[in-house]
Design a protein around this ligand. Sequence first.
Ligand code: SF4
Length: 371
Amino acid sequence: MREHKPLSDIAEKVEAGLRLSAEEGLRLFDSEDLHEIGRLADVVRRRKNGRATWYVVNRHINYTNYCVLRCRFCSFCRPYGQGAVDGYELSVEEVIERAVAATGGGATELHIVGGLHPRLPLSYYTEMVSGIRRACPDVHIKAFTAIEIVHLSRMARPRLTVTKVLERLVEAGLDSLPGGGAEIFDQRVHAETFKRKVGEVGWFQVHRTAHEMGVPSTATMLFGHVETRAERVGHLLKLRAHQDASLSARRAHFQALVPLPFIPGGSGLSHLPGPSGLESLKTLAIARLLLDNVGHIKAFWPMLSPKLAQVSLSFGVDDLDGTVGQYDVTHRDGAPAERQALTVERLRRLIRETGRIPLQRDSLYRVLSTG
Ligand code: SF4
């Protein structure tokens, strides 16, 4: 059994602004001193963001739940053409209608992702983006995970490279990429839970290409399923190395990390309990401590719950995501999609109750509104 040393040497490094090692990351995970881990993460959070806590007025649009894959942790996907009663795909016009309604309600960002549809051509995606751009010239379009980008490159006729797909989407009006699909960068976890999906090489290739083109993105980590804590540390350090390279030699980088707690209900891993609230807080805090080169750690409240997301503001988190509107991909404790929305007033109150300052941001962390 590993010896549990106290954290004073790690605390000294954090307070001096020094980078932590994999071994130190693992010691933090093995420690039961959650308060000290939270305090240290708060030191880093305050150094980077002061008392500011960010939120965005956004709207998620999930254009289809049909998917050619069956990742074991996924409760969202439906098989195409097999009569799934709750399978759906939105037309380009329906997506644009939702975008117009969202921006009419004040949204500055659209977050658009879906399953890997077996039939939709590349033109569906480029017309969706260009149609939104025409109808809502100022909105920030954050769309398509790395997995979807690779899927589009394979679906294009003739097949296109990832670079070409990204160029077409950027030309149509795409602004940035969301970080989904990263899961856990580890071969064992990949083989066990999402074998047929693009793994870490493909995920990083898409984000590297985007960053070289000047397209910013976010990163994610899906935790609390079959991975070990050491595999979580490995995942975070791979993101840190990529960010080092993007910051030094590429035109864009990761804007934020979004650690996502696994929600077992309805998935092929529904026998697992999912991470506890304490484990989620510890993971968010350690992410803040290890990723010294990423500006923001975001709590995605639809998966954490608004109350746990609020507590996470004392565990290194400085961003509560946003109003969201509707989120179909995971439903916490069976929460219906239409309930996965928070008003600006509620977001601000959640932040103010912790003594922090709520700041409405745009998608590049520029202040749009204070108070
Ligand atoms: S996680 Fe994504 S790629 Fe995997 S089955 Fe679900 S929708 Fe498809």
